[in-house]
Structure formats: C-alpha cells, structure tokens
Design a protein around this ligand. Structure first.
Ligand code: 13P
Ligand code: SF4
Length: 306
C-alpha cells in the first residue's frame, strides 16, 4: 500500500515536470491531495497564484468555479479540473439570465458577485469578491449606491452588517456551512472555556454573530498560526483541519460539527490528479465573449486586494 502510494506520487511528480504543470489545491481538499500541492490556499490566494504562474498547465484541485476563475485569468494556459463533477452547489444557485432579470428590477444597482459563481454571472457583474475581501469590496461603493450581492445571502448579509449598509441579497447559501449551528458552538464553548471560535462568513448569521473571528479559510489558517490561541473551535468545512493540525501540532482544533463536509470538494483523489495529468482532462475553458467581461470583474477585485 505504502509502495503503491509512493509509485503514484512519483508518477504525478514526473508528469507534473514534463507537462510544466502547477498543482493548486483548496484548503478543503483531502489531506493526501493538499500534501502534493505546489500551493494550498483560499479562493483569493489561489486566483492570485493562478494569475502569476509561469506554468503551462494548472491542475486545479478544488471545485469548478475555481478552475473557471483560473481560466478567466490565464486564457493561454491549460486549466485542468481532475473531477468533472466537482461543482459548487451554491455557485449553481444563480444563472446569468436570472441575474439579468434582477438587474432589470434594480436598474441603478451595481452587482457584486462572490467568486462562487459561474463565469457567465461574473460577466454580468461590476466586481467580484471572495470571503477574504467581501467587506472591503462592498466598501468601495458610495453608501448611496444600491448593490445587488450574489449568490450567498449569508456572506452578503455579513458584509452588509460590517460595512453598515443594506444590500439586495440573492437567496443562495452553502449547504455545507448551513450545517454549522449556533447551539453546537454554545455547547462547545462550555466544554472548552479557553477556546476561541472562528467561523467562515458563509455560516448562518446566528453563527457569525457569536464567533470571535469571521475569516476566509486562508484567514483561519493565519489566525491559528499568529493569534497565540491554543484551542480553536472551527466553524467551517472540516477539510481545513488537515492543514491546521499539520502546521500547529501543539494546538487543539475542535470542529463545530463533523457533518460540515463538502462532498464535491472530496471527489478529487491522488488517482484523479494522476489521470488528469496523464490524459490532460478535464479542460476548463471559458469562451472569449464571456471571459473578457468576467475578467474585468475579477481583475478589479485583484487590484483592490493588493
Ligand atoms: P475560501 O475562499 O474562504 O477558501 O472559501 C471558499 C469556499 O468555497 C468556502 O466554502
Ligand atoms: Fe460550495 Fe459550500 Fe462546497 Fe464551498 S463548501 S465549495 S461554498 S458547497
């Protein structure tokens, strides 16, 4: 078994070299996949890495919208998604035609789209954001400017509360983060009185309201490293525990619930990464008429995030 795994890893590394490929991995991926990443991070960090890589091929171990974002930023590179069915259910809660309808209802409104959207929705938006920069992006607009925020109602509501303004929220949400309940946090706080609670902004409002810190997955990784806190109750998808434990062996991490699993994030395995590099599958390419407009929204966000 050990030898099989080593043989698999050797093949991946040798193909990666011959194809001049880079492997980008999201913080929710299986531990074995995180361990072969050239870079492991959150959506913003991964798009920044995609934008600056000199590799010819990007193997994106994450979900479809992340690979699409890499394709938007790097039209001349080959972007591969090892698992064709790795889509984000929240990103699929909005479509470009439905957003166009909403824009007709609010003709003067600007559109801020979460990066968890199809490329065609980004193309209909003024600017993109991620969980790491949503508050900052919303604050770029004057207070009197109406904003339609899509598709995550919880991230939108969190950003609106932080920015002290109202927004028109699309009714999307993440089914995985919806499983993280305030009552579990209250119970765990009694059990671990010295612990701090971190939560992802995709969590329900009653969860983000009681968390000590509300952060992107990359922000949670930095908080664990830099805050000096020894016990952390973690309100996000549990794939992040692999990196948290690996990077902070002296600290304790307590998931709010073991049920917070994103099934699509778990489809990618070492085998699928190998097949992806062997067969150059599955290519993710955004058509040029959509890409050019989506690029403007993503590029504006990246410039605002420097
Ligand atoms: P991050 O950008 O914080 O990693 O979040 C991505 C995501 O899909 C969270 O569910
Ligand atoms: Fe989408 Fe939620 Fe999975 Fe993130 S955790 S990829 S938002 S379904």
């Amino acid at each position: 078994m050990e030898d099989n795994n080593q043989a698999l890893l050797d093949k991946i590394m040798s193909l990666k070299k011959s194809r001049n490929a880079i492997i980008l991995v999201h913080n929710y991926q299986l531990g074995e996949v995180q361990d072969i990443g050239d870079f492991v991070g959150d959506s913003l960090e991964l798009s920044q890495q995609a934008a600056k890589t000199r590799a010819d091929v990007i193997v994106f171990c994450g979900v479809h919208f992340m690979a699409e974002t890499a394709s938007i930023l790097c039209p001349d590179k080959t972007v591969l998604l090892p698992e064709m069915h790795a889509g984000c259910p929240m990103a699929n809660m909005i479509t470009a035609p439905r957003l166009r309808e909403k824009k007709k209802e609010y003709p003067g409104a600007a559109v801020v789209c979460y990066v968890n959207t199809p490329a065609a929705v980004k193309a209909e938006s003024d600017i993109c954001c991620t969980s790491a920069n949503a508050v900052k992006i919303v604050q770029l607009f004057p207070r009197e400017q109406e904003i339609i925020f899509v598709p995550d109602k919880y991230l939108g509501s969190y950003a609106a509360r932080q920015a002290g303004r109202e927004m028109i929220l699309w009714p999307g949400y993440c089914p995985t983060h919806a499983r993280i309940q305030a009552q579990d946090i209250i119970r765990l706080r009694k059990e671990y009185p010295n612990a701090k609670v971190v939560a992802h902004p995709e969590c329900r409002t009653e969860v983000t309201d009681i968390a000590d810190a509300v952060l992107s997955t990359g922000g949670i990784i930095r908080y664990a490293r830099e805050s000096g806190v020894k016990e952390i109750i973690v309100g996000t998808e549990i794939g992040i525990l692999h990196r948290l434990k690996k990077e902070n062996p002296d600290k304790k991490f307590i998931p709010v619930t073991e049920q917070a699993v994103c099934p699509r994030m778990k489809l990618t395995t070492l085998e699928s990464v190998l097949w992806s590099l062997e067969n150059m599958t599955h290519k993710v390419k955004v058509s040029e008429n959509i890409r050019a407009r989506a690029w403007a929204a993503v590029d504006k966000m990246l410039k605002a995030s420097i």
